[in-house]
Design a protein around this ligand. Structure first.
Ligand code: 5GP
Ligand code: ZN
Length: 113
């Protein structure tokens, strides 16, 4: 998948796309198909297909820090939230541009489906 055909590359490069947070490294935006009252994604602007490929890149820390600060803004920091990276086919990954799911606003269950 090249960046021209990647939905998250296109969205993060679009200045009119409604985001919850945006800087030169990452963007956060609401998931199109929310699985919880609050469900947003944190995405590096650089096209990297999987979290495995990202390794120990410094973007990982920025992704987590953004998740926590947007969670605070969304009012779910105190009640708690779930952070999920789906990796590969069995992991349930459908978009091959790294993204961290942040889900909150309800009690999460375990084990996940
Ligand atoms: P995955 O299954 O790869 O872990 O998650 C992909 C997520 O991206 C899904 O939760 C899906 O709803 C979301 N998604 C896919 N396309 C779009 C889109 O065009 N806009 C937004 N906001 N979310 C999207
Ligand atoms: Zn991409």
């Amino acid at each position: 998948m090249d960046t021209a055909h990647c939905i998250f590359c296109r969205l993060s490069a679009d200045p009119n796309f409604k985001t919850l947070f945006r800087d030169e490294d990452v963007v956060a935006f609401a998931d199109l198909n929310p699985q919880a009252p609050v469900h947003f994604l944190v995405v590096p602007r650089r096209h990297v297909e999987t979290i495995a490929e990202l390794g120990d890149d410094h973007l990982l820390g920025l992704i987590f820090a953004t998740a926590h600060s947007v969670a605070r803004e969304q009012g779910i920091a105190e009640s708690g939230y779930r952070l999920v990276f789906n990796q590969g086919s069995n992991g349930g990954q459908t978009v091959y541009h790294v993204h961290l799911h942040v889900l909150g606003g309800r009690q999460m269950t375990w084990p996940p489906g």
